[in-house]
Design a protein around this ligand. Structure first.
Ligand SMILES: [Zn+2]
Length: 212
């Protein structure tokens, strides 16, 4: 039996929550040692606080529902909001930051042999060659970070790659589903609680399958 540790990069969004769900419920993964990592990614999209709230609720749900399934939770902070005075319309892609951090975690935790990422069939279909190139770049970043280590480089795995976002959504238990964060432009209240804008591309997409 494969007893290698899996690193699950968890943003609190639908896709990586689908992956996390598999780590607890799929026989292929549920016996494997698990490290769950969240990056508090502060940039001009300003989603970090909303995502962290989702991550906390979802993590505690699985901790409570599956007490026998041990895992280590860690997090890190990356803040590029200081680019703003440069009038920067660009900032590092989430995928690239995720690859860089994942590589560095693997460097310190040699028991990790697989890195589980939340890519879906919806990403692949909608993203085309541009998305493929970005995915390749992210994996090159991961390999670069790991390249001075003597071991064989851990592999990226995509446990929900064959599913659409809607299929993932349908499989998630209700408290987890409604805790997922998907909006690109969170609206914050004075107490820092966030609600979805209802208008961005992912809000529209999710509305499509909630209504259906
Ligand atoms: Zn939105």
């Amino acid at each position: 039996m494969n007893n290698d540790t899996i690193l699950c990069m968890f943003s609190g969004g639908i896709d990586s929550t689908g992956v996390l769900h598999k780590m607890f419920c799929d026989p292929e993964y549920q016996q494997r040692p698990l490290v769950v990592h969240h990056i508090f990614l502060q940039n001009r999209e300003n989603r970090a606080k909303a995502e962290l709230a989702s991550v906390t609720i979802i993590r505690e749900y699985y901790r409570a529902q599956y007490p026998q399934r041990e895992f280590t939770y860690t997090d890190s902070i990356v803040n590029t909001s200081g680019f703003a005075p440069l009038k920067a319309s660009r900032f590092p892609f989430d995928m690239d930051v995720c690859a860089f951090i994942a590589g560095n975690i693997c460097v310190v935790r040699k028991d990790i042999r697989q890195v589980a990422m939340g890519r879906t069939n919806t990403d692949i279909e909608a993203g085309g060659t541009n998305f493929q190139k970005r995915m390749e770049r992210a994996q090159n970043i991961f390999r670069s970070v790991y390249c001075l280590e003597p071991e064989v480089i851990p592999e990226y795995i995509f446990p929900v790659m064959s599913k659409t976002k809607k299929e993932i959504w349908d499989e998630l238990p209700e408290p987890v589903r409604s805790a997922c964060w998907y909006c690109r432009h969170p609206q914050y209240e004075d107490d820092d609680s966030a609600s979805a804008c209802g208008q961005c591309i992912t809000c529209e997409e999710v509305k499509g399958f909630i209504d259906a």
